[in-house]
Design a protein around this ligand. Structure first.
Ligand SMILES: Cc1cc2nc3c(=O)[nH]c(=O)nc-3n(C[C@H](O)[C@H](O)[C@H](O)COP(=O)(O)O)c2cc1C
Ligand code: SF4
Length: 373
């Protein structure tokens, strides 16, 4: 673990290594720590054992390693007995996003590519590789010898099996929201996944067959409604899913329109497909009422959140608009816009108003001050 600004990385960079003994000062001294660790590990595990070193190839903080230093360390690591080098991108302290949803897919594969040819051991690239096709493209282009993934396996533990069976459309895709994995870890909570609530709860949230066959109505075809409907149907309940609008997906249909949050469409794709494959009757353009619900044994409400209107004088003025209407209808705005509420949605709306759509990777890198040369 020689990256992310953890201990080994702290020894490597002048930013944090202020020692004046044999472990600090020159670069040669600063990389003594990782090299001694690798040598000692190799000595203990023998030759028939894989050691992967995660090398911080782009620290993204001031006084991080230069590319030439990364090359020097990579070569020394190979000599010290490392089998495979993995790519680390950015310290946790870095202000540049490295895995958030707005980071384009495979945005840092070029970093690994720059090290190709410098060492003869395999190089692994990572970060925001979330579909089999993205992985395939990297390997085909020769940017790296291998790819690694972390969060995609929280979103779908069967990722590899499904990829092998050519069922990419059945993979629940990691949308890089960080909401239930990293955000939880940093609060000392168990990691899980926003799009797969069973992640890390596999032994507790066990989906057992239903003991009685009941008719269940689900009101609302957003993520929660669809996810519930699929699970209930798998358990053997008879499920009817009511959706007032003409399409499934609920407010994810709004989220996916925010520049940088395009990944949200993958969750709609996945759950819509799951609903189609399960034994569920979907009634679009249908508002459930007491007559339609009379015949059901259970009714599950999954109608989503509604915008709150603060009690401000003039809140009913025509120039006031809620975020759902704004994103859905995208009306022409005046030159000056006030957004009330600086939570996630407030920021999303601000982004939508100010950010250009369909940024290329080059635009994105430039935006964040990353010079790939
Ligand atoms: C819950 C969680 C914990 C992580 N812990 C570490 C860690 O201790 N060391 C590390 O190098 N990377 C850690 N990572 C980062 C992953 O190794 C990986 O680099 C990153 O998530 C980007 O890849 P992905 O887009 O495939 O998730 C962690 C990621 C998650 C989601
Ligand atoms: S919560 Fe799930 S979808 Fe969101 S980033 Fe984490 S693993 Fe990916």
């Amino acid at each position: 673990m020689g990256s992310e600004g953890y201990l080994i990385n702290q020894f490597i960079c002048a930013r944090s290594n202020t020692r004046y003994d044999g472990w600090g000062g020159s670069y040669e001294n600063r990389i003594r720590f990782p090299l001694e660790i690798v040598k000692a590990v190799r000595e203990r595990v023998g030759t028939d054992f894989i050691i992967i070193f995660r090398l911080s190839m782009l620290d993204l903080v001031e006084q991080g390693s230069t590319h030439d230093e990364v090359v020097e360390l990579a070569k020394a690591l190979e000599k010290a007995g490392v089998t495979i080098i993995n790519t680390g991108i950015g310290w946790h302290e870095a202000r540049v996003p490295t895995i958030a949803t707005q980071v384009p897919r495979a945005a840092f594969a070029w970093v690994t590519e720059r090290l190709k040819g410098e060492v003869s051991i395999p190089l692994v690239t990572c970060n925001r590789i979330n579909t089999p096709q993205v992985a395939e493209d990297i390997l085909a282009s020769g940017q790296a010898d291998m790819v690694s993934m972390a969060r995609p396996f929280l979103a779908d533990a069967d990722f590899v099996n499904k990829a092998e069976q050519d069922k990419a459309d059945d993979i629940n895709t990691c949308i890089a929201c960080n909401q239930a994995c990293l955000d939880h870890v940093f609060k000392g909570k168990r990691a899980s996944c926003l799009v797969n609530p069973q992640a890390c709860y596999e032994t507790e949230l066990v989906i057992a067959p239903a003991t009685a066959k009941r008719k269940v109505a689900v009101i609302g075809g957003g993520m929660a409604g669809m996810s519930f409907a699929v699970t209930a149907a798998k358990r053997g309940f008879e499920v009817v899913l009511f959706e007032k609008s003409g399409a499934l997906g609920g407010q994810f249909n709004l989220a996916m329109q925010i520049p940088g949050k395009e990944e949200f469409k993958e969750t709609i794709r996945y759950y819509t497909r799951q609903v189609a494959q399960a034994n569920i009757e979907v009634r679009l353009n249908t508002e459930a009422d007491s007559d339609t619900l009379r015949d059901f044994d259970e009714v599950v409400i999954a109608t989503g959140v509604k915008p709150r209107f603060p009690a401000i004088q003039g809140i009913d003025h025509p120039k006031v608009i809620d975020y759902q209407t704004f994103i859905r209808e995208q009306p022409e705005l005046g030159g000056r816009v006030a957004i009330i509420g600086a939570g996630g949605i407030g920021i999303d709306v601000a982004t939508m108003i100010t950010e250009p759509e369909n940024q290329t990777l080059t635009d994105w890198l430039q935006d964040w001050g990353i010079d790939p040369t």
